[in-house]
Design a protein around this ligand. Sequence first.
Ligand SMILES: C[S@@+](CC[C@H](N)C(=O)[O-])C[C@H]1O[C@@H](n2cnc3c(N)ncnc32)[C@H](O)[C@@H]1O
Length: 232
Amino acid sequence: MNSDPIYIFRKTWGTYQKVIRHNLMFHREITEAARRLLKSRPGPLNVIDLGCGDAAHIGKILEPGQVAEYCGCDLSPYALDVARNNLIPFGIRVNLLCRDMIAVLKEAPENHFDLVYSGYALHHLPIEAKQAFFTESRRILRENGCVILVDVMREEGNSRPEYLDNYNGAVATQWLALTPDERDQVQEHIRNCDFPETPGILQSLAENAGLNQCRRLEKRTWHEAWCYQKQD
Ligand SMILES: C[S@@+](CC[C@H](N)C(=O)[O-])C[C@H]1O[C@@H](n2cnc3c(N)ncnc32)[C@H](O)[C@@H]1O
């Protein structure tokens, strides 16, 4: 087995790109919902993107003139290399950090960002870190700023084992655009790394942090987009 991190990144990232190309995680509808919301905020906006990966989604939800400052963080240095290229059309100085998102949030300046965005990354974190995500986001948001969270979420009343059975069942029967080997790779990743919450639990965490206006922007099976902000 090849254990070279660049090889592993290319292999898993290649599978993720295939998932996106075939819209298996509904990136198309989800990014469109985020784009619609952000159209009403011409900016220019200070944006922080947590678990940004290759940042390809940023070009789909924001116009170049809409961004004043972009800070992205991810644990993968290889993804950040791709992100650096994908962000060139924005023509702004970008700050890409290869660090854990909660550590980055804790050090971010107070009252500075208009948008905290996170796509398909928060479900990897334990519940305490998810609470810290909302608490710190609220601290770094400017007046009228918002959190857009895109993530997989359990159905209300479903346990994690039920979620895993249902999601992996759908991968087995509906993700036929992937090869059997790629489907196995995805299912193993889900079994080991997915700890999704229900929308209700996430809403409680957001409300605990003072983000008391919570609304769903899109839902396609377990794939959801939510906007959280503070309303006096
Ligand atoms: C499925 S990808 C999503 C990438 C991109 N946000 C998108 O929407 O397409 C999840 C990303 O989250 C990153 N990630 C996972 N846990 C993280 C953490 N604790 N801090 C920062 N990044 C993390 C992974 O390295 C990976 O690039």
